[in-house]
Design a protein around this ligand. Structure first.
Ligand code: PEP
Ligand code: MG
Length: 632
């Protein structure tokens, strides 16, 4: 994570983070219940979903431009029919996206609907039988790639629109309207080309350092490529706060606001933004007063960070004496130094997806071993919990798709061949990964974690492979240590949660994945902005289930930890402890804050809070209980 010092607080590219308990007073106050408000100074405040990593000031950089098409690649090597079918698919995807946007915009205040609604209709019309479509089809006939055909056709139409006023006989308002229309053609062209690529497309090459990245959407794979030293904040039109993109941004310590409806219609490249990743606000063209306020927040944060820095050396013990284990989640090896700084007692969740998502080919055993061994060695005597590949949901792995291992177009990816299911279907993947992990375990303490388990037979099958790989390594004389690392499971499906006691007889430890557990239990997609309000881990069903899992683990003497995003929410810490959780894994940046809270807590008070919370019937009542607890 990179922080910029207050000395550089000149209004350009400044970033800071602060504790989740703080609210950006003025900004939050100015944001009315609508998703957009305009201040008398001309500044506009947009509201989205906060990704709690702080706030930033900087110029907007609007990303998501169509990738430049190499002159040499205009002509297609595919048949005309294949290009045509790619084009039709991209049109369908674009229409579906626009409809989704329209649906979301229906919840905006009327003035915003008036601004954005007609535009979306224009875009959809353009995608139907239109001059644009005709232009593309005729170019496909000439053997062009769909990308080149779309780019040329949209540029031609845009060019026709903005031909000099003399040529067109346009002046004044007419010319401005023509300019807008040209922009509309270009925008729809960009959308089509992005949908044709379906690859991580984000190019940040032209982005100035210290800018705020503004885009329609960001895949986890794109988020992983972000350099937090260059990108001070991210603002997206799409996304949910516990989606993998959000997790990735949080891990990188990049302040972000997601699900800002119509964001691209409210700003232009270079305009100054103030992003508050806690309040979930984006202030466009801030007034001098807002800027002053934001700079103060940056300075205050730097001070707070220094105080939290001291937490590293202090014990993670409650005021009443109970020890609480705090470990870190790791998404990318780049986070390793952060883990050391955070004072985390090991890695409670190493998500190995990073090895796959931006890879051209599948990482072989040697490549995996090098990375695991380096991480395990760096962690020294602290345990590293390595989760085997959890492909699926909104995570996409090109290398897997290319290897023919996983299709990308299933209707419900979160309910499909995900996690352990995929690995058992393709045991060669699991064998390679187990082998690399077992060899790395010779370097230090390791635990192995299976994702997305629903039934004991999956653990049994995985353990058979685990033992077989271990025997093979031993036969070859490879050092894998005395005893095999514990093999645990994620509890992240309702089926696993309800049978946690049974599964605990087959697993060496349980890790509660509250992100997915909340999604599956509440039937609300964790990555969707449309159901963000329904995706609420404070739902009594989620909390009861967490309490029951912890109890089941206790009965079976099977260690339980919690590694979903709620582990880093300090407002929930007393409740989770009261529900019985004694071990957490979270983004490294959250460890000092959570430890600070733990050191102030009394165990009996947490138990009582949990009892009161479990007696509540809805999330609102629970929220009030938490608030009351904080203020007494
Ligand atoms: C979870 O589901 O809570 C979890 C930790 O796993 P992931 O977020 O990687 O799906
Ligand atoms: Mg999960």
């Amino acid at each position: 994570m990179t922080e910029r010092s207050p000395e550089r607080a000149d209004g350009d590219g400044m970033q800071a983070h602060r504790g989740s308990s703080g609210q950006s007073g003025e900004n939050a106050a100015r944001v009315t219940r609508s998703r957009l408000s305009v201040d008398v100074s001309g500044e506009r405040v947009l509201k989205g979903e906060p990704v709690g990593s702080g706030f930033a000031i900087g110029p907007a950089f609007i990303a998501g431009e169509a990738p430049a098409i190499e002159p040499g690649s205009r002509l297609s090597h595919l048949s005309r029919e294949e290009e045509l079918s790619r084009f039709h698919e991209a049109v369908e995807r674009s229409i579906a996206q626009l409809r989704k946007l329209q649906h979301r915009i229906a919840r905006l205040p009327e003035e915003s609907q008036v601004e954005i609604g007609p535009l979306l209709e224009v875009y959809q019309r353009m995608l139907g039988p239109s001059r644009l479509q005709k232009g593309v089809l005729s170019r496909l006939e000439e053997g062009l790639t769909a990308e080149a055909a779309v780019q040329e056709a949209t540029e031609e139409l845009a060019g026709l629109m903005v031909a000099t006023p003399d040529e067109n006989g346009l002046t004044g308002e007419d010319a401005a309207a023509a300019e807008r229309r040209a922009g509309e053609f270009r925008e729809i062209g960009r959308r089509l080309i992005r949908n044709l690529g379906r690859e991580p497309f984000l190019s940040l090459a032209a982005m100035p350092d210290g800018a705020i990245l503004v885009a329609e959407t960001l895949r986890p794979a794109d988020a992983a490529m972000i350099d937090p030293a260059r990108v001070v904040a991210v603002v997206l039109e799409d996304g949910g706060t516990t989606g993998h993109t959000a997790i990735m941004l949080r891990a990188l310590g990049v302040p972000a606001v997601l699900a800002v409806a119509g964001v691209l219609d409210h700003m232009h490249d270079g305009v100054t933004l103030v992003v508050d990743g806690y309040a979930g606000t984006v202030t466009v063209d801030p007034s001098a007063r807002t800027l002053r306020q934001a700079r103060k927040q940056v300075a205050a944060y730097v001070q707070e960070r220094q105080q939290l820095g001291r937490m590293r050396r202090l014990a993670s013990r409650m005021a009443s004496g109970e020890k609480i284990v705090l470990q870190a989640n790791l998404e990318l090896p780049a986070e390793l130094p952060l883990i050391a700084q955070s004072g985390a007692a090991g890695i409670g969740l190493l998500r190995t997806e990073f090895l796959f998502i931006n890879a051209e080919t599948l990482p072989d055993e040697a490549a995996q071993y090098d990375i695991y061994a380096a991480i395990v060695s760096t962690m020294g005597a602290d345990t590293t919990t390595i989760r085997v590949l959890d492909w699926g949901g909104e995570k996409q792995a090109e290398a897997l798709a290319r290897a023919g291992i996983a299709g990308r177009d299933v209707v419900n990816p979160a309910l499909g061949l995900r996690g352990i299911r995929l690995l058992l279907e393709h045991p060669e993947l699991l064998e390679t990964q187990f082998s690399a992990i077992l060899r790395a375990a010779a370097k230090g303490p390791v635990r192995v974690l299976l994702p997305m388990v629903t039934v004991a037979s999956e653990i049994i099958a995985a353990r058979e492979i685990y033992d077989r790989v271990a025997r093979r390594l031993k036969r070859k004389g490879i050092d894998i240590g005395e005893s095999l690392p514990p093999l645990g499971i994620m509890i992240e499906t309702p089926a696993a949660a309800l049978t946690a006691g049974v599964l605990a007889q087959y697993a060496d430890f349980l890790a509660i994945g509250s992100n997915d557990l909340t999604m599956y239990l509440l039937a609300a997609d964790r990555a969707s902005s449309e159901v963000a309000a329904l995706y609420n881990p404070l739902h009594p069903a989620v909390l009861r289930m967490i309490g029951d899992i912890v109890m089941a683990g206790l009965m079976e003497r099977c260690p339980v930890s919690l590694c979903g995003e709620i582990a880093s929410d300090t407002a929930l810490t007393p409740l989770l402890i009261g529900l019985g959780c004694r071990s957490f894994s979270m983004s490294a940046s959250a460890v000092p804050r959570v430890k600070q809270v733990i050191r102030s807590l009394d165990y009996d008070a947490c138990r009582q809070l949990a009892r009161r919370v479990l007696a509540e019937t809805d999330a609102e009542g629970i929220h009030k209980q938490l608030k009351r607890f904080r203020t007494v």
